[in-house]
Design a protein around this ligand. Structure first.
Ligand SMILES: [Zn+2]
Length: 130
């Protein structure tokens, strides 16, 4: 569980450290395929879960740590699994984030902003106005 927690921490901090996130992603495959909302939901879950894990030992008087910590772990791991499995190419259904992590974890930032699919090369048309 500790190893999994550390992996999630590293994953979350790597995403959070890309400060242009959400602003320069408008032309990305993820945004154009309408998955930016899903992406942000997953991201919020990972960040929130990480914060809950960090806060759990400090608020154990109010919330027992055996509730707080597992809750944080669930949010963080759930968010990571959600991002890795649900964000897909609309054309070939490749798991965009999972593939990026599997091939080259350091290239995650680039993968999030890529305009086309790394697996099939599909580039979606202009983003529909919401
Ligand atoms: Zn594809």
């Amino acid at each position: 569980m500790v190893a999994a927690g550390q992996t999630v921490h590293a994953f979350a901090s790597r995403i959070v450290s890309s400060r242009y996130i959400g602003q320069t992603m408008n032309d990305s495959l993820i945004a154009k395929s309408g998955q930016l909302v899903l992406f942000r939901m997953g991201l919020v879950s990972v960040v929130l879960g990480t914060l809950v894990m960090m806060a759990a030992p400090r608020v154990h008087d109010a919330i027992p740590i055996y509730i707080g910590y597992p809750l944080g772990v669930m949010l963080a791991i759930g968010g990571t699994v959600f991002l890795a499995t649900r964000i897909r190419c609309p054309h070939c259904h490749a798991r965009i984030i999972w593939e990026a992590l599997r091939r080259n974890p350091g290239g995650l930032h680039e993968a999030l902003h890529r305009e086309g699919c790394a697996s099939c090369g599909h580039v979606p048309g202009p983003r529909p106005l919401l």
